[in-house]
Design a binder for this molecule. Structure first.
Ligand code: MEV
Length: 313
């Protein structure tokens, strides 16, 4: 029997990094997905095939000794086959660019947790999310859990560490142009750099957290009104805060500048240091914004909100 699941990638619209320190963030799932197929096998091995490489290992290895981005799948499979006389074969297919802040690893964890656990028993979305966050912690110990949450439930949501997520029921009608710097980044090391900044600038950082909280509150109102133009101003403002905490660089600034004229606003999304930016548009300026990026040979594509979240087959 095969068990298949797919989960969307995500974009952090507002609040990345500050969310680690308790500020509310706003995220949305995007219509680019990762699919995971899992199957029991007679051989007592865990085998994972993906377009970033393969991994085949005996069960019960120490997670800390595995040096592979596919480690979360191993963790999930190994957990599920305890006291079961079986191996597992996993195949991962992705249309989300990997390692650039678009939630590829969270989507892997969510789709992986669903596909693997459902080989053994029916699991609720809540259980899958819990497993996915555990798995994500094998590669990023301090994850806030926000990314896995939006990949599971889809749509647009507010999230803070203390209260978890709350789905935003409005369906704002925007398009995001995603531009990939093609600079891979490690979320863990950028988050560590921000922690250093915070420790050296406690007062400044506290002010930034306050400002970000106010901005997010305003954004919640604007989302309900579908006021995309004003949302663009908040995007520009949020980018200024991200510049201050040192997660930007010349390439990202150049990209943001590149889209600012036609779109309503552009900012880094996710950890920064590399990865992607997005430019906020609607039907009226989507093509012009895409063209501006294309003229400069940037790697770009447009996405909309995915309202489905985790899907199982
Ligand atoms: C990474 O996509 C988002 C960060 O805020 C880290 C986190 O929330 O765990 C940078």
């Amino acid at each position: 029997m095969k068990s298949k699941a797919s989960a969307p990638g995500k974009v952090i619209l507002f609040g990345e990094h500050f969310v680690v320190y308790g500020v509310k963030a706003i995220l949305c799932a995007i219509n680019k997905r990762i699919s995971v197929t899992a199957e029991k096998s007679e051989e007592n091995k865990i085998s994972i095939k993906s377009n970033i490489g393969n991994l085949t290992l005996e069960p019960n290895k120490l997670i800390s000794e595995i040096n592979s981005p596919l480690k979360p799948f191993y963790y999930l499979a190994n957990k599920m086959i305890q006291n079961q006389n079986t191996g597992i074969e996993i195949v991962v297919e992705s249309d989300i660019p990997l390692g650039v802040g678009l939630g590829s690893s969270s989507a892997c964890c969510v789709a992986g947790a669903a596909a693997i656990s459902r080989l053994f028993h029916k699991t609720s979305k809540e259980e899958i999310l819990k497993l996915a966050i555990e798995a994500e912690k094998t590669i990023f110990k301090n994850t806030s859990g926000a990314d896995c949450t939006v990949c599971t439930y889809g749509g647009i949501m507010e999230y803070d560490k203390e209260n978890g997520f709350d789905k935003i029921e409005s369906e704002p009608n925007f398009h995001l142009v995603i531009v990939n710097s093609n600079i891979e980044h490690s979320t863990e090391s950028v988050v560590a750099r921000v922690r250093e900044f915070k420790e050296k600038n406690e007062t400044k950082f506290a002010t930034l957290c306050n400002n970000e909280s106010k901005l997010v509150k305003d954004v919640l109102g604007l989302l309900k009104e579908n006021n995309i133009k004003e949302l663009g101003c908040k995007v520009i403002q949020n980018q200024k805060y991200l510049e201050t905490i040192g997660i930007s660089n010349d390439k990202l600034r150049e990209m943001i500048q590149g889209g600012q004229n036609e779109s309503f606003g552009a900012k880094i999304t996710g950890a920064g240091g590399g990865g992607c930016i997005f430019a906020l548009t609607d039907e009226s300026n989507l093509d012009q914004t895409m063209n501006q990026f294309k003229e400069k040979n940037y790697d770009c594509f447009s996405v909309k909100i995915d309202f489905k979240g985790l899907d199982t087959f």
